[in-house]
Design a protein around this ligand. Structure first.
Ligand SMILES: [Zn+2]
Length: 272
């Protein structure tokens, strides 16, 4: 079993490298997918430089073509993706849930990278993301599968329809979208429309009521980091900070442990 974890970690590293490459490609002006993780130039790289970790060491963290620094987050994304894939296998085993969760997490990771680097959540990722997740949700419902992040609401009669996977997914999307849209309207642009759409996408992935776990983790995490950066004076009050990466991490937590968190939170209700 350890061998599988090591193998999955390595696959995760390569997917992390792909995420870096995709993130650069969709935010580059004009958009181009040359084989390079450099954000500054459009010169292609040798294949060896695209190998995770090894590439970063060989290039010493600088683009071999133009010499610009690649940014430490490149290697962190690769290692993070390796750790994430290992966690997913540990949580779901080698099941169909694993492939579903891995696809969802990869979409979220690409958005995390683009928002972190350019404060952009490109529609070219979000919109196809909606279609992919919707098609997969229909397939999950049609095949009568039940992923572990689908939380069962103790409901009877008409409201038991909320436990239908597709209904739950659509309601999750609507909840995420409307809640953040309200925040965007009330804060007068403090929340970008990209974040609103992202919350909708995460809701479609996690379903209702698991979307609340994603939003809660995202908001608490974002608030904590923002506070720490202010206290350490790394960031001034007026400096903009992307919220998308925290939402994406919240979505991943909801996929991995959302059901457990909700059960724990709701347990005082069911045990009088
Ligand atoms: Zn370059």
């Amino acid at each position: 079993m350890y061998l599988i974890y090591i193998l999955v970690f390595i696959i995760g590293l390569f997917c992390g490298s792909l995420v870096n490459y995709m993130g650069g490609g969709v935010t580059r002006e004009p958009r181009s997918f040359i084989f390079s993780s450099c954000r500054e130039c459009t010169a292609g790289w040798q294949w060896l430089y695209m190998v995770p970790i090894l590439g970063f060491i060989l290039t010493r963290g600088r683009c071999p073509q133009c010499g610009k620094s690649l940014g430490l987050h490149m290697i962190l994304v690769e290692i993070g993706c390796g750790v994430l894939f290992t966690l997913l296998v540990w949580r779901f085993g080698l099941t169909w849930e694993l492939s579903l969760a891995a696809i969802y997490c990869l979409v979220l990771l690409i958005l995390l990278v683009t928002d972190l680097e350019k404060m952009l959540l490109p529609n070219v990722i979000t919109y196809p993301g909606f279609i992919i997740v919707f098609v997969l949700s229909v397939a999950v419902m049609a095949l009568n599968f039940e992923p572990r992040w689908a939380f069962h609401i103790p409901a009877t009669g008409f409201f038991s329809i909320l436990n239908n996977y597709l209904v739950s997914a659509l309601l999750g999307a609507l909840t995420g979208f409307i809640l953040l849209l309200l925040v965007a309207v009330v804060s007068r642009g403090g929340m970008a429309l990209g974040d609103v759409k992202l919350a909708g996408l995460i809701g479609l992935m996690t379903g209702f009521p698991n979307i609340f776990v994603a939003l809660f983790v995202g908001i608490i995490g974002g608030g904590l980091i923002a506070g720490l950066l202010l206290l350490s004076r790394l960031r001034k009050r007026k400096d903009p900070m992307p919220f998308g990466p925290f939402l994406c991490l919240g979505g991943m937590v909801a996929l991995l442990w959302g059901t457990e968190i909700l059960k724990w939170y709701l347990s005082p209700l069911s045990t009088p």
